[in-house]
Design a protein around this ligand. Structure first.
Ligand code: LLP
Length: 413
């Protein structure tokens, strides 16, 4: 929101926050996160649905805690994410464990916690869960993640539901795994899962995936294997540059029609759609330079802080925090890292900016901080949660000393 040319996060002027906490800084609006959650909850109110927030999108404990308090469960993909969910007090039976490469330690941790289900992605994984459940005298609750072989119109790196992808079990092989699981005293079949990709803007691919899954469900019911849970994954797309978001109401209304006959509980695993538009990355202009061809705005945030433009060619809108300029320039917005791939935007039309001014990189709340790294020994940004005029530090900026901790040099050198 902008007032008199000044950009705000809720009721807090972003320039003041940058002054107080330094840059680069991730700012998150608590109100926006809760709004996003409530919108999906309301849209799915007539369905027996559990919203399991996909922790990978933004795993800050305060954000997880906020969503847990609002009623969300969690979709986790590692022992670390499981620990985070448990740390904020998530009920184990609201946690779904996804991922193609779960280790024995991670499986043991899920069994010990008593999670709602493992979404199993291979015969080998099913075998390991069964043997660990037996050894630990637990019951392994499982769903099979089916690869429905449908195309989702999104970036190839974040499309997951086709046979070229490593994810899930081919639909024709899933029934055999269900039969094995149903006969095991150490396993309990919960349901079926799929996730076809991320940043999907159209509902059609979901219907195609659902048709495939419901066909498997019906086939198994004939054999007496009853699936109680249907996990449709996440992937609900949001606008980055004026696109229309995935229509959540259309999605949930369509689900209602398609699931009418059954009594399956539905799980949704939204990540980006709950936190993406709630976050901005604030960065300060260090230099403005020109060569014979181009202008470069060099800022203090690099690809280590926000890798989406580099990795996926993603577009993030970039706006000045204080909009004073009348002139425009076209420039690459680049970071300080020693790589030509270190950019936040190419050939972007911007108000003419000067060193010391602040820029806000918008829609950076999902897959921003979580994908950041310490490349070039750069401490990762500070994270701030904004509520109205209040701003709270929810993760301090790292220090170089912390980055070197544990790399002790031998004493007698
Ligand atoms: N469930 C599963 C099994 C997933 O693999 C994912 C995302 C989600 C749910 C949540 O998807 P979402 O609702 O956030 O689209 N780093 C990429 C996105 C990677 C998504 C990976 N899986 C990006 O920055 O666009």
């Amino acid at each position: 929101m902008r007032r008199n040319g000044e950009l705000f996060c809720e009721e807090s002027p972003i320039a003041d926050l940058a002054e107080r906490f330094g840059t680069p800084a991730y700012l998150y609006s608590q109100g926006a996160i809760l709004n996003n959650y409530e919108r999906l909850r309301d849209a799915s109110a007539s369905l027996p649905a559990l919203i399991c927030y996909s922790v990978k999108a933004n795993s800050n404990l305060r954000i997880l805690d906020l969503l847990r308090q609002a009623g969300a469960g969690f979709d986790v993909v590692s022992g670390g994410e499981l620990k985070r969910a448990l740390r904020v007090g998530a009920a184990p039976d609201t946690i779904v464990f996804s991922g193609v490469g779960k280790t024995q330690e991670e499986i043991d941790a899920g069994l010990a916690a008593g999670i709602l289900m493992f979404n199993v992605e291979s015969a080998g994984e099913l075998e390991l869960i069964e043997s660990r459940a037996c050894a630990l005298k637990k019951i392994g609750h499982i769903s099979i993640r089916v690869n429905p072989d449908v195309e989702a119109d999104t970036h190839p790196y974040i499309s997951t539901g086709q046979m070229i992808h490593k994810f899930g079990v081919p639909k024709d092989e899933a029934p055999e795994l269900y039969r094995l699981a149903a006969h095991s005293p150490n396993l309990q079949v919960q349901g079926v899962a799929c996730h076809i990709g991320s940043q999907i803007l159209d509902v059609e691919p979901y219907w195609k995936a659902l048709d495939e899954i419901l066909a498997i469900t019906k086939q198994l019911a004939v054999e007496g294997i009853c699936l109680k849970v249907l996990d449709l994954g996440g992937g609900f797309g949001i606008p980055y540059s004026g696109e229309s978001p995935l229509n959540l109401e259309k999605l949930t209304q369509g689900l209602q029609v398609r699931l009418r006959e059954g009594s399956m509980k539905l799980i949704l695993e939204p990540g980006r759609s709950l936190v993406g538009n709630a976050g901005v990355l604030v960065t300060r202009v260090l230099y403005v330079k020109r060569n014979h061809r181009k202008n470069f705005v060099v800022v203090d945030a690099g690809m280590n802080d926000l890798i989406r433009p580099t990795l996926y060619g993603s577009y993030h809108e970039i706006v000045p925090v204080q909009d004073r300029a009348t002139e425009k320039i076209q420039a690459d917005v680049v970071g300080p890292i020693c790589e030509s791939g270190d950019f936040l935007a190419h050939d972007r039309d911007l108000p003419s900016v000067h060193p010391g001014e602040l820029l806000a990189v918008l829609t950076a709340g999902a897959y921003g901080f979580v994908l950041s790294s310490n490349y070039n020994t750069r401490p990762r940004p500070v994270e701030i949660l904004v509520t109205g005029a209040q701003a709270e530090l929810i993760r301090p900026r790292e220090t170089v000393e912390e980055l070197m901790a544990g790399e002790d040099l031998p004493e007698n050198r």
